[in-house]
Design a protein around this ligand. Structure first.
Ligand SMILES: Cc1ncc(C[n+]2csc(CCOP(=O)(O)OP(=O)(O)O)c2C)c(N)n1
Ligand SMILES: [Mg+2]
Length: 561
């Protein structure tokens, strides 16, 4: 836009505020409702990633929030752009990821007529977003955009939605930028830490559980040092495995779907559970069965950055309102106990974890995903990102892949399908020099697989695995358990995914045997292109330890009994 005096448009002020807040990437699908913002991007130092569908764009922004702890930023148009973006907002909510979704809005002079694509965003996102605001005074653009950063990161992070009436964006304003935002850390008090140490001194079988967001690489190192000093077995909650190096001598494994029974037993029989960062939702709590609600059967210490999470489901014996990274730093400097009755427990738990994740189970079919995960864990650099969406195929990642570095697991705690490709695009855009592997189901992949075009457009050589079993496998598994033999709406007829990749200008290969995986992966890497490896998975290989036929037979037998 041509300058008029020294005044900036509100759209320029918005983008300037992003720059002030050190936003380096935005993800968008354009719309005529926010042309003035697109124009402001034109001559500012922000990398814009234009996507193929707002669901992908919003997931990319959420993935940035998840991996960096700073708000991921997404721009979409009004109405259909906003409805398409909603999955990203839901993931940001459930995964506690900071994210800001900017949405074009009809002009103020048209509001309340159900004008073209008009939506009431407060009503639409009210139950999902931490804060929804429509900026109706152009002069307040810097103030309210700045507040969006604080809201998205405060306490328990989450999504913020900012609606931008079209006519507001083009008005010129005098207001200067707001100062840069600084995320607010919450430290644990000395008295709480002393009480925690006393509680540990009285425990016989304590367990440390890690989850949630607001971690940092340093915080993860500190909590690992704390675990070492107190000899604590440490498990991670659903899809937060990257919070501990899997080879750390205290690591006890992943407490998510299908966990190691020995780990489950360890948590069930613990007399003290110290949960840092997570909420212990439905999946890690094994359907809310693991720990009694509202009064936990064991001593329960809950550390969480969101004060509203403390006592919400479980009434803790000690509640500590702190950001995990800040808590970890303080915990790492706690004086060790003179004697730990559970000495050796961490080593035993780690040995159980190694045994559980060491050897792939035998499964029907030519490609065993267990061996694929072993190959990846032995051959990917420790800082490689592994992304996934939702589906039974992810069970092999959880069990057999070993995350070694903070924020390398980029996966939806919310269980949203269609996440793995957008998340991979976002990680590769942020870190072009790091390996990014995107693991998908066949159902999963085609929800946002078209973002492969975005990878091609920006020259992002992500490697996409499509685990093709011709099924919405997770649902078929549940179907066979509940309604054995009555297959309904869970089978899929798939395209040739390797040809799909080539049609986009990428590299594609079909992998029909475990042995063919490694050379195909290397060829994908050597191509330098975004790549798809189409893995032919036997539909019977529904989990590492169960077949569909087995599940059906068991359910039929139970019905007959
Ligand atoms: C967006 C979305 N829609 C539907 C579901 C329900 N759902 C969970 S897993 C699943 C099937 C996944 O199929 P696929 O990606 O092929 O993986 P598989 O289970 O076969 O390994 C479905 C439909 C979901 N979690 N997310
Ligand atoms: Mg499938």
């Amino acid at each position: 836009m041509r300058p008029q005096g020294n005044l900036r448009t509100a759209a320029e002020a918005l983008v300037d505020q992003l720059v002030v807040n050190d936003v380096q990437h935005v993800f968008c699908v354009p719309g005529e409702s926010y042309l003035a913002v697109l124009d402001a991007f034109h001559d500012r130092d922000i990398a814009v990633t234009v996507c193929r569908q707002e669901g992908g764009a919003a997931m990319m922004a959420e993935a940035v929030g998840k991996a960096t702890g700073r708000p991921g930023v997404c721009f979409v148009t009004r109405g259909p752009g906003a409805t398409n973006a909603s999955p990203g907002v839901h993931i940001a909510q459930q995964d506690s990821s900071p994210m800001i979704l900017f949405i074009g809005q009809v002009g103020r002079d048209q509001k309340e007529r159900e004008a073209f694509q008009e939506v009431d965003y407060r009503a639409m996102f009210g139950g999902m977003a931490k804060w929804v605001v429509e900026i109706t005074d152009p002069a307040r653009m810097p103030e309210l955009v700045s507040r969006a950063f604080y809201e998205a990161t405060a306490g328990r992070p989450g999504p913020v939605v900012v609606a931008l009436p079209q006519d507001v964006l083009v008005e010129r304003i005098e207001a200067p930028p707001a100062p840069p935002f600084v995320p607010v850390d919450i430290a644990a008090g000395a008295a709480d830490l002393a009480r925690l140490r006393d509680m540990l001194a009285g425990a016989q079988r304590p367990v440390l559980l890690l989850g949630g967001s607001r971690w940092t690489a340093e915080g993860c190192r500190a909590i690992a040092a704390f675990a070492t000093r107190f000899d604590l077995p440490v498990a991670t909650t659903f899809r937060r495995a990257h919070l501990v190096d899997a080879l750390h001598p205290c690591y006890a494994g992943d407490l998510g779907i299908g966990p190691n029974p020995k780990l489950l037993d360890r948590v069930k029989t613990a007399d003290l559970v110290l949960l840092v960062g997570g909420r212990l939702g439905e999946l890690p709590s094994q359907g809310y069965e693991l720990i009694d609600i509202p009064g936990p059967q064991m001593t329960f210490v809950h550390v969480h950055p969101g004060v509203h999470e403390l006592g919400k489901v479980y009434r803790p014996h000690l509640a500590i309102n702190a950001t995990p990274a800040a808590f970890a730093a303080a915990a790492a400097s706690l004086a060790p106990l003179e004697r730990v009755p559970w000495a050796g427990a961490a080593a035993a738990a780690h040995a159980d974890y190694l045994a559980w994740s060491e050897t792939p189970t035998a499964v029907p079919g030519g490609v065993n995903l267990g061996h694929v995960m072993l190959w990846l864990r032995d051959n990917l650099p420790p800082d490689a990102f592994v992304t996934n969406g939702a589906g039974n195929y992810a069970g092999w990642i959880h069990r057999f892949y070993r995350f070694r570095r903070f924020a390398t697991q980029v996966a939806p705690i919310s269980g949203s399908m269609g996440y793995a490709v957008p998340a991979a695009v976002a990680m590769k855009r942020l870190h072009p020099d790091r390996t990014v592997v995107s693991v998908n189901g066949d159902g999963d992949f085609l929800m946002n697989g078209q973002e492969l075009a975005t990878a091609v457009q920006y020259g992002l050589p992500i490697i996409v695995l499509v685990c093709d079993n011709g099924l919405y496998g997770t649902i078929r598994m549940h179907q066979e358990r509940e309604y054995p033999g009555r297959v309904s709406a869970t089978t899929l007829t798939n395209p040739d995914f390797a040809a799909y990749a080539r049609a986009f200008g990428g590299f594609g290969a079909t992998v029909a045997t475990t042995a063919a995986f490694a050379p195909a992966f290397r060829a994908a890497q050597e191509s330098g292109l975004p790549a798809i490896l189409h893995l032919k998975i036997d539909p019977e290989a529904i989990t590492p330890t169960a077949t569909l036929q087995g599940i059906r037979a068991k359910a039929l037998a139970a019905q007959g009994a």
